[in-house]
Design a protein around this ligand. Structure first.
Ligand SMILES: O=C(O)c1ccc[n+]([C@@H]2O[C@H](COP(=O)([O-])O)[C@@H](O)[C@H]2O)c1
Ligand SMILES: Cc1cc2nc[nH]c2cc1C
Length: 355
């Protein structure tokens, strides 16, 4: 059976849009002058169905897996970096170990399919389906069952953090080789040609990028494109990508704020969107990744990146940094003085309306 049970995603509370806009326009500022922050504040109001939203206990889920597609020379990095970085994150290191502390996230590292036996750790979640996603140049990346298992693991993990009181989940990933499945999913779900969907990832040269495009193109020709989203995810995805996709669907069904990171977590959102398009209503695109295909993903999903810092690290680093803006947006809606409170008039001294 290639479907997930009981996914229900509510529509946003669009009936509240006018009231939210009114509240924002009463703030002591020219109309629209906080730009995209105003859109973010409004969207969180629509997600939570309130004029006074609250962000509780943000959790960062950095989901990791290995990729046997690396056998085809699609990544310049040794695969051992996946498990080494996971241990590093658990010790507060790497980009996401640091940024989780700086920006106030409770970081959990999720083992969705790393080719390594980790020691127990309070912040490590064991959701290993198998040691490494298969080489999709030769065979489907996952069986349908494995893919469903990963999707359901993501759902369970997010359900658990929601039970613990969180209503904000940032997504990150760690997986040497995972820009290859992300490119394949961009091509399959958004109809983007392979050459435009592929890039250097963690640092391939031009010849390497051409080889990567050739491998992914051959794989898509070999397995074909299904009209079932989960089948496509199983053929070309990754265990961390499927786990993240399931987590995003669960988060949306619980009206949580979802923060996507770069190229790989956005490919998970593409897959989740193909399963249930309503998931995108709950998602914030933290930043515009340098990986060329990322813009195509964001455009396909009608998103607008919050930051553009030239990041291409992954791990959840963009999600963490952009949360500072999201927090500011919610504070603006709740705490910024209105014209009334600031005891200034909605007209300038010379009588010109401030707009
Ligand atoms: O987040 C991004 O946009 C991003 C872009 C390029 C690479 N990465 C990271 O680099 C790794 C994948 O790169 P690669 O070349 O091994 O496929 C993986 O661990 C990602 O976290 C991440
Ligand atoms: C050091 C290192 C850290 C990473 N984090 C995400 N991808 C990565 C790739 C490398 C090589």
């Amino acid at each position: 059976m290639t479907k997930l049970d009981n996914i229900h995603i509510d529509a946003l509370r669009v009936d509240m849009e006018e009231q939210l806009q009114y509240k924002i326009d009463q703030k002591a500022k020219p109309i629209g002058s906080l730009g995209q922050m105003e859109d973010i504040a409004k969207k969180i109001g629509l997600i939570q169905g309130t004029l006074s939203p609250v962000l509780n206990k943000p959790v960062m889920l950095t989901v990791a897996a290995d990729h046997c597609i690396c056998e085809e020379g699609v990544s310049p990095c040794p695969v051992e970096i996946t498990w080494q970085q996971c241990l590093n994150f658990l010790n507060g290191g790497g980009g996401i170990g640091l940024f989780s502390k700086v920006y106030g996230f409770d970081l959990r590292v999720v083992d969705a399919g790393v080719d390594y036996d980790f020691p127990d750790h309070p912040k490590l979640i064991d959701a290993k389906v198998r040691k490494g996603t298969r080489n999709f140049y030769k065979e489907p990346a996952m069986t349908t069952d494995e893919c469903l298992q990963a999707l359901n693991n993501g759902r369970k993990i997010v359900a658990q953090i929601a039970e613990e009181g969180s209503n904000v989940v940032g997504f990150g990933e760690m997986g040497i080789g995972n820009t290859s499945p992300a490119s394949a999913l961009l091509s399959v779900f958004a109809g983007v040609d392979i050459e435009s969907a592929v890039g250097p990832g963690s640092g391939l040269d031009a010849e390497g990028v051409r080889n990567k495009a050739r491998i992914i193109k051959a794989a898509i020709e070999k397995h074909g494109i299904s009209d079932n989203a989960i089948e496509n995810l199983a053929r070309f995805g990754g265990l961390e990508i499927a786990t993240i996709a399931g987590g995003m669907l669960e988060a949306a069904s619980r009206r949580m704020v979802i923060i996507t990171d770069g190229f790989i977590t956005t490919s998970a959102l593409l897959a989740a969107h193909a399963i249930h398009s309503g998931v995108v209503d709950y998602a914030f695109f933290s930043h515009q990744s340098k990986e060329q295909g990322h813009k195509k993903m964001v455009d396909f999903l009608n998103g607008e990146p919050i930051l553009n810092l030239g990041f291409r690290l992954g791990e959840g680093t963009g999600s963490a940094v952009a949360y500072s803006v999201i927090k500011g947006a919610v504070a603006m809606l709740n705490e910024m003085t209105s014209f009334d409170e600031a005891a200034i008039y909605n007209t300038a001294n010379d009588g010109i309306r401030i707009e």
